[in-house]
Design a protein around this ligand. Structure first.
Ligand SMILES: NC(=O)c1ccc[n+]([C@@H]2O[C@H](COP(=O)([O-])OP(=O)(O)OC[C@H]3O[C@@H](n4cnc5c(N)ncnc54)[C@H](OP(=O)(O)O)[C@@H]3O)[C@@H](O)[C@H]2O)c1
Length: 334
C-alpha cells in the first residue's frame, strides 16, 4: 500500500495541529509532502518546522503538484468553496476544514463537483470520527440514560478578537466556527429529525453572531438546547438527560470522556478517550481508507449530512436576519 501523499493549504493554526498529527502517524499510511501559503517565507518556515519536502509561496503550486493526492484546506470559511473546487478540478481529493462551505447552496455545488470529477470530498468535522462518538451513541442506544429526553450542548470561548471570527467578509461568527459542533452533537446523539423551535442570536455591530441559543424539537418530544458564543468562555460539555440517568460528555469538538450519572450524582460508568495522537488522526485514516476503496465520501460523514448541517445553519442565519456580505441573492440562506 502506497502512503497517501497529503498537501496542506494555508499555514495557520489548525494547519500546524494537522501537520503535527500527520508526521506522528505511521508514514506507511500518510506522508505530508507539501505545504502552501500566500507567503513563501511562511510556507518555508512551516515546512522546515514539520520536515516537509516542498513549500509553495502560492496555493496554485499545490493544486498543480502531481506528487500530491489529497489536499487539506485549512483557511477561513469564506475560502473553502473556491479552494475546494479548484483542488477538485485539479484532480485532487479534498479534506476541507469545517464548515464545508458558508451555505448549503455552495456546499451542494461542491458535492456535485466531487461526483462529477470522481474525487473524494470530506468536511473535517473530526468529532464524527472519534471513538467516543460511537461509544456514546451505543450507550444511549442500549438505554444507559433510560429514555433520552433532553440534550444540552455548549461551545463558547472569547475569540471574537481574531479576524477570521470577527469579520463578516471571512464568514466569521460563532455558528460556523463553534455552533457547527453543537449541531453535530445533536445529530450524532439525537439524529436529524429535529425541527427548529426557537432561536435567538446576539449580533455584533459588524453583523456576525456573537452568541446564539437555539431549541430543537424532535418528533418523539425530545429537545436539544444548543448554545455557541465567541464573546464568552463557557464549559465545553454535552449533557443528555434521560428518564433514568444523565450522560455527560466532556469536550465538544474533541470528546474527551463520557460519564454516566445517576439522579443522586453517583457515577455509574466512565470512559476516557484513547490517548491517540491529537484526535485528528481518525478522520485522516477514514479519508484514506475511503479513497483507497474508490469512494468519494466517508460513511461517518457522508455528503448528505454535511449538507443537512449547512441547511440548518442557513435556517438559523435566516431567522436572525444574518447574511455575509459576499452572499448573492442566489447563494444566500433561505
Ligand atoms: N477542526 C478543528 O479542530 C479546528 C480548529 C480550529 C479551526 N478550524 C477550522 O480551520 C479553518 C482555519 O482556521 P484557523 O484557526 O487555522 O485559522 P488561521 O489560523 O487564522 O489560519 C488560516 C490560514 O488561512 C490562510 N488565509 C488565506 N487567506 C486569508 C485571509 N484573507 N485572512 C486570513 N487567513 C487567510 C492563511 O494561511 P497563509 O497565510 O499560510 O496563506 C492563514 O494562516 C477554519 O475553517 C476553522 O473553522 C478547525
Amino acid at each position: 500500500m502506497e502512503a497517501m501523499r497529503i498537501g496542506i493549504l494555508g499555514c495557520g493554526g489548525i494547519a500546524a495541529k494537522m501537520a503535527a498529527t500527520l508526521v506522528a502517524m505511521p508514514q506507511t499510511q500518510v506522508r505530508l509532502v507539501a505545504v502552501a501559503s500566500r507567503s513563501e517565507e511562511k510556507a518555508r518556515a512551516f515546512a522546515a518546522r514539520f520536515g516537509v519536502p516542498t513549500a509553495y509561496g502560492d496555493y496554485r503550486g499545490l493544486y498543480d503538484d502531481p506528487e500530491v493526492d489529497l489536499i487539506y484546506i485549512a483557511t477561513p470559511h469564506n475560502f473553502h468553496f473556491s479552494q475546494t473546487t479548484a483542488a477538485l478540478r485539479a484532480g485532487k481529493h479534498v479534506l476541507c476544514e469545517k464548515p464545508l462551505a458558508v451555505n448549503a447552496a455552495q456546499g451542494a455545488q461542491m458535492v456535485a463537483l466531487a461526483k462529477q470529477t470522481g474525487r473524494f470530498l470530506l468536511e473535517a468535522v473530526w468529532t464524527r470520527f472519534q471513538p467516543l462518538a460511537k461509544t456514546a451513541f451505543d450507550w444511549l442506544a442500549a438505554g444507559a440514560v433510560g429514555k433520552p429526553l433532553s440534550l444540552e450542548a455548549r461551545f463558547g470561548c472569547r475569540s471574537v478578537g481574531e479576524p477570521r471570527i470577527r469579520e463578516p467578509e471571512l464568514a466569521g461568527g460563532a455558528l460556523l466556527d463553534l455552533g457547527i459542533y453543537t449541531l453535530t452533537a445533536a445529530s450524532l446523539l439525537f439524529g436529524d429529525e429535529g425541527r427548529l423551535y426557537a432561536t435567538h442570536a446576539a449580533l455584533s455591530d459588524a453583523g456576525i453572531d456573537l452568541r446564539s441559543e437555539s431549541l430543537y424539537l424532535y418528533p418523539d418530544g425530545k429537545t436539544a438546547h444548543l448554545v455557541s458564543a465567541v464573546d464568552c468562555p463557557m464549559e465545553r460539555r454535552i449533557t443528555v438527560y434521560g428518564t433514568d440517568a444523565r450522560l455527560e460528555i466532556s469536550g465538544i469538538s474533541r470528546w474527551d470522556a463520557l460519564t454516566l450519572y445517576a439522579g443522586d450524582d453517583t457515577i455509574l460508568r466512565h470512559e476516557d478517550a484513547p490517548a491517540g495522537i491529537s484526535g485528528y488522526e481518525y478522520e485522516v485514516l477514514s479519508a484514506c481508507a475511503a479513497i483507497r476503496a474508490g469512494k468519494i465520501e466517508c460513511a461517518e460523514l457522508p455528503h448528505a449530512l454535511s449538507l443537512q448541517i449547512l441547511r440548518q445553519m442557513d435556517e438559523l442565519r435566516a431567522a436572525w436576519g444574518m447574511r455575509y456580505p459576499f452572499e448573492s441573492e442566489l447563494d444566500a440562506p433561505v
